[in-house]
Design a protein around this ligand. Structure first.
Ligand SMILES: Cc1cc2nc3c(=O)[nH]c(=O)nc-3n(C[C@H](O)[C@H](O)[C@H](O)COP(=O)(O)O)c2cc1C
Length: 336
């Protein structure tokens, strides 16, 4: 299957998304419910534009050799420093709730490609059990549940549920209480204090991630709470308009906490060249959400593999041309 075919297929099936050749947040604008950003709707595009404003420096005077993209996180080795983004409810893209088959296809493809699959806990109980079953079915542990900041007693139950699963780490997303739909929900997501997060970290023996960090101070607070990794993210522009782009704040966060915690970044990352930029600026890995959803609509697990392979080949190519042969070679002098 070619990537173009994946996009053409997706266009016939997906709601609220135009399946643009470049997923840059312009056509979806403020489509919420849907894949857009919170009104006025420029957040996703701001993220995308910030990566485009960074350029790669070509370095042809480097020792030749194979490019190695293997990536280690919490003692597990993956083929690429890439995670799929969690989507708690696929009702954003479809009249039916297809979150369970979506997570299943993502986990299957990630097991085959040896990359990290994240999934959201969604509103329906079967999202959680469905993802648990998929990890069992594909015997894959490279999976991270990304749990909403529900009141701590409920969140603790969800953490304990996944403590018994194959998942190799657990993440709490701290910004998603800003999504409009919580207003209509019986159980509401809330903001968390450092102490509340530290307590949640103590509920698991697995590595603990915090997603939704946008300032150096928040990064330091997540470290104080015990975060083994943070995800620099503004939820794809979906929780607060007029935040900076993630690429803009990444250097400040790296400066504040590099070496104390792993740093992952998301928001508008679409190509292997964007991966090079993010890692050169100090991120350890990236998370990509919307394009993986489109890829799944366009070809199920195969569509996800096609997009992953495209990313891989672009990444290898860009690393080769900036003079990097392994991830640890990537550094700030490779970007401008
Ligand atoms: C439709 C949709 C649903 C999402 N659901 C979740 C979620 O349940 N949990 C979460 O942490 N992030 C969620 N996100 C945010 C993404 O995981 C990611 O942080 C964001 O989209 C930025 O990445 P991107 O620009 O590659 O899409 C969602 C994003 C979209 C577009």
């Amino acid at each position: 299957m070619q990537y173009k075919e994946v996009l053409d297929n997706a266009r016939n099936k997906i709601l609220n998304c135009k399946v643009c050749p470049e997923c840059n947040g312009l056509a979806c604008g403020n489509t919420l419910p849907g894949p857009g950003s919170k009104a006025p709707g420029n957040g996703a595009n701001d993220n995308w534009k910030a990566w485009k404003s960074i350029r790669l420096n070509m370095n042809t005077f480097a020792t030749d050799g194979e490019v190695d993209t293997s990536f280690c996180l919490f003692d597990k080795t993956f083929s690429l420093p890439v995670m799929t983004g969690p989507v708690g409810s696929m009702i954003q893209y479809s009249k039916e709730d297809i979150t369970v088959p979506f997570n299943d296809g993502i986990i299957q493809a990630c097991a085959e490609e040896k990359i990290i699959a994240c999934f959201g806990d969604g509103a329906l109980g079967n999202t959680i059990t469905g993802a648990y079953d998929s990890m069992e079915r594909y015997d894959y542990s490279g999976v991270i549940p990304v749990l909403n900041p529900l009141p701590n007693p409920i969140l603790q139950q969800n953490i304990e549920f996944f403590e018994r699963s194959k998942a190799f780490a657990i993440c709490v997303v701290v910004d998603s209480y800003g999504l409009p739909h919580w207003k209509f929900s019986k159980v509401k997501a809330t903001s968390k204090t450092v102490e509340e997060l530290r307590y949640l970290k103590s509920c698991t023996k697995k590595p603990f991630l915090v997603k939704g960090i946008m300032t150096a101070k928040a990064a330091e607070q997540a470290v104080e709470a015990g975060a083994d990794a943070i995800i620099v993210s503004n939820h794809g522009g979906r929780v607060l308009p007029e935040t900076p782009a993630t690429a803009e704040v990444l250097p400040e966060v790296v400066n504040a906490v590099k070496g104390q915690t792993k740093i992952i970044v998301d928001g508008g990352i679409r190509h292997g060249s964007d991966l090079v930029k993010a890692l050169a600026l100090g991120a350890d890995a990236v998370l990509i959400c919307r394009p993986f959803v489109v890829a799944w609509f366009g070809g199920g697990a195969e569509g996800v593999r096609v997009y992953t392979d495209k990313l891989r080949s672009e990444f290898v190519d860009a690393m080769y041309m900036v003079g990097a042969r392994k991830l640890s070679d990537l550094c700030t002098e490779m970007v401008r």
